[in-house]
Design a protein around this ligand. Structure first.
Ligand code: PBG
Length: 324
C-alpha cells in the first residue's frame, strides 16, 4: 500500500518500461488483406481506403515481395471478378482471378503465406454471401458452392482457406471436401464470430459487394451478442477449424478476450476496412497522430488475446515499428 507501493517506479525510464512491457507487436503477427483484379499493370487506389489498392496479378507480386521483406506473415486475397452471376461462378473457376494470383504468388514467394477468403458475395450479381431462393440465402445449397471454391483454391496451391460467409456447417463441409480430395494439410481459418457490421462499408465499395437487396443480418451475427459468439466459435472448433476469427476487432475486444480465455487454439482478429478508413480520414484532417493511433490499436487487439491480426495497417505498422 501507498507510500510503499509506488506504481510509477517502473515507469520512470524507457529501459524500465521496456523491461516490464507485457505486450509487443511483431511483423509476424500481421496478415495483409489484398484485392486482386483482372488486367495488367494495375495499381488503383480504393477511394474509401487511402493507401489500399486494386492490384493486377503482376503488380500484386511486387506488393507481396515488399510485405514478405518486411517480415509480414502473409496475405489474405479478395477477388474482383470480371463477371458476376447468380452462383458466383468465377469463384470456383480454376482460371478465376484469385486462383491466378495464388499460383503466381506461390511461385514467386514459396515461403510467404497465401490465404484465400472463401465467400460468394464478391462474385454474385445480387451481392449476397450464398445462393438465393425466394430472397433467402439457402444455407445447405451454399455449402456445395463454398466447397467448390475451396477446392479450386486448393488446386491453385493456397496455403490456407478462410470462410467468411457465416453459413452453418461450412467448416465441416469444407474440411470433408479438402480431406476427401487429398488436401489434408490445408488449414481452415474460420471467420467464426463475424458480426453484421457497418464497419465493412469501405470494403463493400472496394469489392463492389454490397447486397442489392436486404442486408446480411440473417447470416452474420447481431452485434449485441457475446455468448452466441462463443457458441459460434465452439461449433467451428468442433467442426474442425484450425484458427478462429473475431471480426471486426476494436469494437469486439471483449469477444476476443473471452475467446482467448476459453479456447486454446490461435485466435485471429480482423481489423476491418471501417476501422482503417476512420483513422486515415481523421489523420488526413490533422485531427489525430496517425502513427500512434495505429500502434495503440494493434497493441490493444493483441493484448486482448489475438495471436494473428488481419489488418490493412500491416505495412504502416512495420514502417512505424522500424522507426523506433
Ligand atoms: C466477405 C467479406 C467481407 C469482409 C471480409 N470478407 C464483407 C462483408 O461481409 O460484407 C469485410 C472486410 C472489411 O471490411 O475489411 N463476406
Amino acid at each position: 500500500m501507498f507510500p510503499f507501493t509506488r506504481m510509477r517506479r517502473l515507469r520512470n525510464t524507457e529501459a524500465l518500461r521496456a523491461m516490464v512491457r507485457e505486450t509487443s507487436l511483431s511483423p509476424q503477427d500481421f496478415i495483409a488483406p489484398l484485392f486482386v483484379r483482372h488486367g495488367e499493370n494495375i495499381k488503383e487506389e480504393i477511394s474509401a481506403m487511402p493507401g489500399q489498392y486494386h492490384f493486377s496479378v503482376d503488380t500484386v507480386l511486387t506488393e507481396c515481395a515488399e510485405l514478405a521483406a518486411l517480415g509480414i506473415s502473409g496475405v489474405m486475397l479478395f477477388g474482383i471478378p470480371d463477371h458476376k452471376d447468380a452462383t458466383g461462378s468465377e469463384s470456383y473457376d480454376d482460371n478465376g482471378i484469385v486462383q491466378q494470383a495464388i499460383r503466381a504468388i506461390k511461385k514467386a514467394l514459396p515461403d510467404f503465406l497465401v490465404i484465400a477468403d472463401v465467400c460468394m458475395c464478391e462474385y454474385t450479381d445480387h451481392g449476397h454471401c450464398g445462393i438465393i431462393h425466394d430472397h433467402y440465402v439457402d444455407n445447405d445449397e451454399t455449402l456445395e458452392y463454398l466447397c467448390k471454391q475451396t477446392l479450386s483454391y486448393a488446386r491453385a496451391g493456397v496455403d490456407m482457406v478462410a470462410p467468411s460467409d457465416m453459413m452453418d456447417g461450412r467448416i465441416q463441409a469444407m474440411r470433408r471436401a479438402l480431406d476427401e480430395n487429398g488436401f489434408v494439410k490445408i488449414p481452415i481459418m474460420a471467420y467464426s464470430a463475424k458480426f453484421s457490421s457497418a464497419f465493412y462499408g469501405p470494403f463493400r465499395e472496394a469489392a463492389d459487394s454490397a447486397p442489392s437487396f436486404g442486408d446480411r443480418r440473417s447470416y452474420q451475427m447481431d452485434p449485441a451478442n457475446a455468448n452466441e459468439a462463443l457458441r459460434e466459435i465452439e461449433s467451428d472448433i468442433e467442426e474442425g477449424a484450425d484458427i478462429v476469427m473475431v471480426k471486426p476487432a476494436l469494437p469486439y475486444l471483449d469477444i476476443i478476450a473471452r475467446a482467448a480465455q476459453e479456447f486454446k487454439l490461435p485466435i485471429a482478429a480482423y481489423n476491418v476496412s471501417g476501422e482503417y478508413s476512420m483513422v486515415k480520414a481523421a489523420a488526413a484532417n490533422g485531427w489525430i497522430d496517425e502513427d500512434r493511433i495505429i500502434i495503440e490499436s494493434l497493441l490493444s487487439i493483441k493484448r486482448a488475446g489475438a495471436k494473428i491480426i488481419i489488418t490493412y495497417f500491416a505495412k504502416d505498422a512495420c514502417r512505424i515499428m522500424n522507426k523506433h
